[in-house]
Ligand binder design. Structure first.
Ligand code: GRF
Length: 209
């Protein structure tokens, strides 16, 4: 059987990217297995969608914790219990602390609705229109402590059309998000698994020597 990297997804809302990741991971040969979905909001529609798609999903209610660090400690413990090796943010609306990001360094992915490094932060579609950009898009990147600034793994471009409003532009970009996020996760997980095998081989070779 193809080895698969156990992967968790964090959501705060509708979870359409999460759904695209789960569905892609159900195809044979995909390099990641989605083992858990967590939301910081018990009301997130993404939780029900994940369960419908057959994935364990639970809320760690941010409001039940006094502060970000204790919320993140609970989140980290849950991810560790699920033995997640990769974490994908998919519309997760909280900025994670530098210590959490450091702990998951090189294993934490995000999708952002702009062609980074342009338009970091929120409200990207309205800002793209206000700037009169001819082109817009989305980016999958590794998360680092600086917001929306980590190494880029994949991008897709779409044209901005004269008749666009923020909603029509968002819909065009979202379609691309659903393509590139699964592709990027598959490639990322494949290379993480290959690196792990190589390291294990080296360790074995080292012990034999
Ligand atoms: C997407 O546009 C994603 O790029 C951004 O948040 C939105 C989440 O949408 N980070 P969904 O919950 O995946 O439908």
């Amino acid at each position: 059987m193809t080895p698969r990297a156990p992967t968790a997804i964090l959501v705060s809302g509708r979870g359409s990217n999460m759904g695209a990741l789960i569905e892609a991971a159900q195809s044979p040969g995909f390099s990641a297995a989605i083992v858990l979905v967590v939301s910081d909001d018990p009301g997130a529609p993404g939780l029900a969608l994940a369960r419908k798609l057959g994935v364990a999903a639970e809320a760690i209610d941010f409001r039940a914790y006094g502060d970000k660090l204790s919320f993140e400690a609970a989140l980290d413990a849950r991810l560790a219990a699920a033995e997640a090796e990769i974490v994908c943010l998919a519309g997760f609306m909280r900025v994670l602390s530098a210590s959490f990001v450091e702990r998951w360094k090189g294993r934490l992915l995000n999708i952002h609705p702009s062609l980074l490094p342009n338009l970091r932060g929120l409200d990207t579609h309205r800002r793209a229109l206000a700037l009169g950009l001819a082109e817009h898009g989305c980016t999958v990147h590794l998360v680092t402590a600086e917001l929306d600034a980590g190494p880029i793994l994949a991008q897709a471009r779409v044209p901005v059309l004269p008749e666009d409003d923020a909603a029509s532009l968002a819909a065009r970009v979202l379609k691309e998000e659903h393509q590139i996020y699964p592709q990027a996760l598959d490639a990322f997980a494949r290379s993480a698994l290959a690196n792990r095998l190589r390291d294990e081989d080296r360790g074995l070779a080292g012990r034999r020597a």
